[in-house]
Write a protein that binds this ligand. Sequence first.
Ligand SMILES: [Zn+2]
Length: 389
Amino acid sequence: MKHPHSTLPLLLSLLTLPSPSLTYTPLSDFSLQHHLTPSLPTTSSNITTRDPDFDPLIGALLAPILRPRVPGSVGHAAVQSHFVHFAQTELHPAWQIEWHNTTATTPATGARQVPFRNLVLRRDPPGAAAGEVARLTLAAHYDSLLRPEGFVGAVDSAVPCAVLMFVARAVDGVLGRLWGDGGGEGGLEVRKGVQVLLLDGEEAWVEWSERDSLYGSRALAETWEDTRYEAGSSFSTPLEAISLFVLLDLLGAPEPNIPSYFPTTHWAYRKVARIEERMRKLGLLETRPKKPFLTESEKKEGARFFGGYVQDDHVPFMQRGVDILHVIPSPFPPVWHTMDDDGAHLDLPTIRDWARIMTAFVAEWMDLEGYLEEGRGEAEGGDSGRDEL
Ligand SMILES: [Zn+2]
């Protein structure tokens, strides 16, 4: 993404603070304590166990992403395969796996059409018509910079992708329990779904500009604006059906400072901040930062919001009126766009805490309180306990 000195005007600085129209029940302390993974590493042994998901060398989710993945390259294709393999083997078959493909020329590649492929992983309630589902939309980009050559982009944005994979897997089994009986099917009310966007072509190839950046997200926002649901649907397009667009970027370095960028979604920011605060009080997070990751929950309505200065994948969606929660530190981590943005410079406790916080937020958003324990609701069948939240 582009640094805050960009000139994009402040967009959509509406002063109202809308609340979600759908229900939202905070998780109980018990659910936070007993049903959120990853559990804290044990200190009882001298042996350092390597993190099964986020270890930079062997972590099943993260390690395969930690390689150069410039669009059109071998590494890029390998990371795409990793995502699909994950979705096919770790998520319930009810998840739709959908590629959105586009091509574009770049200032670095002349007349050649470079392929960009966004991956959409989506789980809607069973039986719900596509135009009746309000989708919590979690996004991160998976492409990496062309230069410097060999750039890995660990915080930018391999870690955010891995965290979103983790979250999808963590809530998956619980969604099955929530929806197992098909409750609400055929009703007229709007229902909640969730989708993960693994976006391509975020990075500039030569120098950041409106045309040389955001290749994937620009194409996807345009397509979703032009795709029509059946007449009479609650939402007319997939774009309109986005209840909140949560963009994760540059996460994985220690001591992140995440401002609240938009007055329109400060209410959602506060919900995440509240989760972080509660989890810290309950001793459920590993890190001991000087300040919380989300520092601005007390910011007042009239205060300054800096949304619009950081250009990132949310921009094409925001320009079309979508509500954005941008989870990106300010300042950027010192390793940003350098060869030091690699696995060796990551802070594992910080990554795991992001996974915990975001999992709890999605569980709250999807109203999973009461379904977190196995044996509650109808079992979906066929699954092991691996996806227990
Ligand atoms: Zn970048």
